[in-house]
Ligand binder design. Structure first.
Ligand SMILES: *Cc1c(COP(=O)(O)O)cnc(C)c1O
Length: 491
């Protein structure tokens, strides 16, 4: 499949797009034509999770044979998720919740980061590249661990993760410093997340300018959600959820389903839009934000304005003011107007704001609705749903459940509604305990055990074992030492 950039007519093959991540002009890769004649949504929804994954990845990455994709899907998922059907759909009150947190790190990023390493290695082969792929990741907590698990012992890759010293939770730290694998390296940075992020960006720039890696058999890459190889696997669970409702007789193929998505960088919800473009009968895609509600305002008014306070909330993985993947949606809605796209992105970086034309906004609102829910409201919803139905949500999912309640009141048509659940409640036990009215003194691990006793839910095995695993990655380094850390850990 031919991919193209959102900012100019630059093209790439599917393995090239995966290998490079971002386009050379700073844009994001999208299929050149969003039409998939060989793909049948009606046939694909009947399959199980792995079967759906095969169909979708083979459609979007057709430089690979069906067999190559089948092998890759098995290597990515088998034995890695604690739910037999990977992403189950469960009824909660008058809605459904699509649970995406049964992977190794208990958050939805596992679904895509399980696939990306294998896709990168295969893409490397297809492109005739022999260098080892060295993944650099700065993390505020969740992405780093999911990337470490995904790349662990994948031949031809190596991963280095930097996190802010003292800036992540006890569980998040334990998840990273105990990470097994011959090709995994982790360091704490004396600084905050922005310092870690800036440090990584500087390494990319400096190593490129100074040709640092030439002759060293290594090339740098990143695992963040602008890579098309991370977006594609997320399309799978929209089909899986639709198939679940079909099998339970809740609908017939063709009936529309609404999805509510707790949103940060706009990757997860954009995958839902891709599912719709590929023929899944999706009704509205409802974007749920926390107090950082820049997307709510944008979807309602057409003006994207990042000049606003940044809030640290209890749903930290959604604390974001510039949602990278929105660029892909705007490109598609403007019928591929790359000049307009480049202009909006320029005003965003120079002035912090841009406004899209009224016609584009109208199209956007046909497919999307938007709601926001601050910590107080999300906590109220989390506590009430737990009392009324026994269902325990995490704070990110609670933002979406709050959005779903408002959408229920506003919407015109009555149809099944699926709320995407992006993390296990045990991963964010502090705000969850507060929301259900439990006071507790003690460390984070004691709290997790207490939450398990009270809720009757088992602690996810990967969190339960953390306390007893040996710490392997104890480096704490200055910000100016990050480049040396990378160089000293090459092959
Ligand atoms: C990353 C993340 C999100 C936001 O997803 P996007 O694809 O960035 O919109 C929501 N919830 C959790 C738990 C996450 O880790």
């Amino acid at each position: 499949m031919i991919y193209r950039s959102t900012r100019s007519p630059i093209q790439a093959s599917d393995p090239e797009a995966v290998l490079s991540g971002i386009a050379p002009d700073g844009g994001l890769f999208l299929p050149k034509e969003m039409v998939f004649p060989a793909f049948s949504a009606e046939e694909t929804v009947k399959k199980d999770f792995l079967g759906i994954a095969e169909d979708i990845l083979h459609t979007l990455f057709d430089s690979f044979t069906r067999e190559e994709i089948a092998d890759l899907v098995r290597a990515s998922y088998e034995g890695k998720f604690s739910a037999p059907d990977f992403t189950p759909t469960v009824p909660v009150g008058d809605k459904y919740v699509l649970e995406l947190f049964y992977g190794p790190t208990c958050a939805f990023k596992d679904v895509a980061l399980s696939v990306l390493p294998h896709l990168m290695v295969k893409s490397r082969e297809k492109c005739g590249v022999t260098d080892e792929i060295v993944i650099l990741t700065a993390t505020s907590g969740d992405t780093g661990k999911a990337a470490l698990c995904g790349f662990r012992d994948v031949a031809g890759t190596r991963i280095l993760v930097f996190y802010p010293h003292g800036g992540v939770s006890a569980v998040q730290r334990a998840q990273m410093v105990t990470q097994p694998g011959e090709n995994t390296f982790v360091a704490a940075i004396e600084g905050n997340f922005d310092d870690a992020q800036t440090g990584v960006k500087n390494i990319f720039a400096r190593f490129a300018a100074e040709n640092t890696l030439s002759g060293k058999g290594a090339r740098l890459s990143s695992a963040n959600s602008i890579n098309i190889g991370r977006l594609a696997p997320q399309i799978v669970y929209y089909f899986k959820a639709y198939g679940d409702l079909l099998r339970e007789g809740r609908l017939s193929f063709g009936d529309k389903v609404d999805f509510v998505v707790p949103t940060g960088n706009f990757g997860n919800i954009l995958a839902g839009y891709f599912a719709k473009k590929m023929g899944l009968p999706v009704g509205k895609l409802v974007c749920a934000s926390n107090a950082n509600n820049v997307l709510t305002d944008f979807i309602r008014t057409g003006t994207y304005d990042k000049r606003r306070p940044f809030y640290q909330t209890e749903s930290p993985s959604m604390d974001i003011l510039v949602s990278s993947n929105l660029e892909r949606l705007l490109f598609l809605l403007s019928d591929g107007d790359d000049a307009a796209m480049a202009g909006w992105m320029k005003s965003l970086s120079e002035d912090g704001v841009y406004t899209v034309p009224a016609a584009l906004l109208e199209k956007l609102q046909e497919d999307f609705a938007a709601y926001c829910c601050d910590d107080a409201k999300a906590g109220e919803v989390l506590g009430r749903i737990y009392r009324e139905t026994g269902y325990l949500a995490d704070p990110h999912t609670a933002v979406a459940l709050g959005g779903a309640e408002e959408y229920f009141r506003d919407r015109m048509e009555d149809r099944p509604l699926v709320v995407l659940s992006t993390a296990s409640p045990f991963k964010f036990s502090g705000p969850v305990m507060k929301a259900i009215g439990l006071d507790f003194e003690g460390n984070e691990f004691d709290r997790i055990r207490r939450l398990s006793e009270v809720s009757g839910l088992a602690v996810p095995p990967s969190l339960a074992e953390l306390e007893s695993l040996p710490e392997r990655h104890k480096d704490v380094i200055g910000r100016d030492r990050m480049g040396d850390f990378v160089l000293s850990h090459l092959r």
